[in-house]
Design a protein around this ligand. Structure first.
Ligand code: DCP
Ligand code: MG
Length: 367
């Protein structure tokens, strides 16, 4: 199997850097882009000067102001961020068509084959960073490796303005010493659970017996087993626009209890929400798919007025959709959930004119 070359690019303090670029008076100062403290706003991001005070994304603006009384609050200008985002994507396209944007400021590039025919991935990353700076006045950090997981971890290692390479030779040792919270998919919920079990690094995770892996990660266990051994075969996926996004699961044994079915739907909904968040889109039409044990398949759909962005809203809707099926009376072998009519919510937002309320809603969508 031939080795891939993957670059992960992530802009530094993206919204804040755009504001510092466009407002010289903010340069070198602690600024927070987001909602106002007195309006119960949230920090979308903070400049590196502000981060020294412990201020970070998703923190309440009120708390941020307590940490740094000199903090300057700046309202977001999504059009400006979108513009910069398009600029960097155009630069990427000079190198490859295999581009997977994760958000406005972040993308994977597969440059195994690349348009200029440059053999060194590091050289391409350096060139892209230089062009981003020349054309947008912003700095980016790049991670270079042979798979997505390592490229993404690498881009975060030497922020801001970093360029980090993890070679196949370095990977094993690198992963063994990597803190557990840096692994793909291990977030604020899973990390404390793992630590409580004495799993702090990649080496600890690697040492787990297979059954323990299965207990921890369920159907994702094989993925984690491979990832901690430096194997991540996920391709760079280029689908920019999708009509719907869904997830489904076929169960090892048929389900009989509707309460259990709802429990099984929950992780599927989380997958869908995660995708939507990363792709800056939302949906208003929810579809539940049920396959009974005799393989008969049905779907139930509902379209609502407001975009579905929270687990709670979607689970409540799924519960009522499930109640219109024969699930419970009949056994179920597969459940699926999808959200359609995705719209680019950035385009829906009136720039600058949004009220603080609209602003805090918008920012909540990001999380
Ligand atoms: N963002 C947001 N709410 C969050 C996280 C991020 O609105 N909870 C927005 C603001 C960020 C942008 O997305 O500028 C990119 O997110 P990153 O996580 O890449 O953070 P930054 O680019 O701001 O900083 P870093 O240098 O750590 O990448
Ligand atoms: Mg960033």
């Amino acid at each position: 199997m031939s080795q891939r070359k993957i670059i992960h690019i992530d802009m530094d303090a993206f919204y804040a850097s755009v504001e510092q670029r466009d407002h010289p008076e903010y340069r070198g100062k602690p600024i927070a882009v987001g909602g106002l403290p007195e309006k119960r706003g949230v920090v979308a991001t903070a400049s590196y000067e502000a981060r020294k005070y412990g201020i970070h994304s998703a923190m309440s603006s009120y708390r941020a102001l307590k940490l740094c009384p000199d903090l300057i609050f700046v309202r977001p200008r999504f059009d400006a961020y979108k513009e910069a985002s398009l600029q960097i994507r155009r630069i990427f396209a000079d190198y490859t068509d295999l581009i997977e944007p994760l958000s406005l400021d972040e993308a994977y590039l597969d440059i195994t084959e690349n348009k200029p025919g440059i053999p060194s991935a590091t050289l391409i990353a350096r060139e892209i960073k230089a062009r981003i700076f020349a054309e947008t006045g912003l700095t980016a950090s790049a991670g270079v490796s042979y798979n997505k997981f390592l490229a993404k971890v690498a881009s975060d290692l030497n922020k801001p303005d970093g360029l980090t390479l993890i070679t196949p030779q370095q990977a094993e040792r690198f992963i063994e010493t990597l803190p557990i919270g840096k692994f793909y998919g291990i977030g604020q919920k899973t990390e404390p659970r793992l630590k409580a079990m004495g799993i702090h690094t990649g080496a600890d995770l690697k040492a787990l017996p297979e059954e323990a892996m299965e207990q921890l990660f369920g159907r994702s266990a094989p993925f984690y087993y491979q990832m901690v051994r430096g194997v991540d075969e996920r391709p760079v996926e280029t689908s920019w626009i999708r009509k719907s996004v869904g997830a489904e699961n076929t169960f090892e044994r048929d389900l009989e209890d509707p309460a259990e079915m709802l429990e099984e739907l929950r992780p599927l909904v989380l997958d869908v929400l995660d995708w939507m968040r990363r792709n800056d889109t939302y949906g208003r039409t929810l579809t539940l798919k049920v396959k009974y044990d005799d393989f008969q398949q049905i779907t139930r759909s509902r379209t609502v007025d407001a975009p579905l962005t929270t687990l709670e809203d979607i689970m409540a809707l799924l519960q009522s959709l499930l109640a219109t099926t024969e699930a419970g009376k009949r056994k179920v072998r597969l459940l699926g959930v999808s959200l359609a009519k995705l719209e680019d919510r950035k385009e829906k937002q009136p720039d600058n004119s949004s009220t603080s309320d609209a602003l805090s809603r918008q920012l909540l969508l990001e999380f």
